[in-house]
Design a protein around this ligand. Structure first.
Ligand SMILES: NC(=O)c1ccc[n+]([C@@H]2O[C@H](COP(=O)([O-])OP(=O)(O)OC[C@H]3O[C@@H](n4cnc5c(N)ncnc54)[C@H](O)[C@@H]3O)[C@@H](O)[C@H]2O)c1
Length: 252
């Protein structure tokens, strides 16, 4: 039980990587607050996890771009559990477009969700963690934050911003016993990539061929690393962005 009785908030947890993280945290003894903009789905996912693990699990609706909703999640978590040990800023969107086809609205939307959402949740939770003088913050970046991918100018810029934000957060919060790290997943089999670029068996094979391990990631591959970063096993690691890509990208 790596996270026995820890209290965790996971954003974007109705499905995909966030759901896998929430489930793994609960299996390892944490009480998890799942939040997502998909109201029915986040509640159903929380219920599913609670049934599977037998541990109290909460599903809350939130738009991570709205500070009042973010603050309400933090207040509700404190009301229910009294503390916050782990925050996973996982909610995110991907849009594929050349720069010439990227309009201002799309640019603002992707920055608001991926970057502003991460900032708002970190700000709301870090004051709680600073008082506790402990905490683990994990931000979901991407290999696209480290390498260029065609049609991902906006997305790539948000994921690079998350790496920079993570480093400064680690510097500011280190003295309070708070670790802040990022995960940079490679292509991981979720709706996000099935609905954008992984649209045929041929394209899927191209992505598999780019990896050293010759396979796409599964949400659980990312969840295992999020578990490590939330646990005391990673107490001496902060400000890092860990690439989890089956060797598609190495050590950059
Ligand atoms: N799947 C991949 O290959 C991959 C690779 C690198 C990074 N990532 C990152 O991992 C994270 C999870 O991605 P995923 O693949 O599970 O995608 P996904 O689309 O399956 O899940 C993303 C979740 O975020 C939620 N969300 C979107 N906007 C929101 C908002 N405004 N407020 C609250 N919730 C919101 C969605 O409802 C959804 O449940 C994202 O940050 C993504 O950028 C994914």
């Amino acid at each position: 039980m790596l996270l026995k009785d820890k209290i965790a908030i996971v954003t974007g947890a109705a499905q995909g990587i966030g759901k896998a993280i929430a489930k793994m945290y609960s299996e390892h003894g944490a009480y998890v607050v799942l939040c997502d903009i998909q109201e029915d789905k986040v509640k159903a996912t929380a219920l599913e996890i609670e049934k599977e693990t037998g541990r109290k699990t909460v599903g809350l609706t939130v738009d991570v771009t709205k500070s009042e909703q973010v603050n309400a999640v933090v207040e509700k978590t404190l009301e229910l559990f009294g503390r916050i040990d782990i925050l996973v800023n996982n909610a995110g969107i991907l849009r594929h477009a050349l720069i010439i086809d990227t309009d201002e609205k799309m640019w603002d939307q992707i920055f608001n969700i991926n970057v502003k959402g991460t900032f708002l949740f970190t700000k709301a939770v870090c004051s709680v963690m600073m008082k506790q003088r402990s905490g683990k913050i994990i931000n979901m970046s991407s290999c696209s934050g480290k390498k260029p991918t065609l049609k991902e100018a906006a997305y790539s810029a948000t994921k690079a911003a998350i790496i920079g934000f993570t480093r400064v957060a680690a510097l500011e919060m280190g003295p309070y016993g708070i670790n802040c790290n990022a995960i940079c997943p490679g292509a991981t089999d979720t709706d996000m990539i099935r609905n954008t670029f992984l649209t045929s068996p041929e394209v899927e094979q191209e992505w598999i061929d780019k990896t050293a391990l010759k396979r796409l990631g599964r949400p659980e591959d990312q969840a295992r690393v999020a578990l490590f970063l939330a646990s005391e096993l990673s107490d001496h690691i902060t400000g890092e962005s860990l690439i989890v890509s089956a060797g598609e990208l190495m050590g950059q």
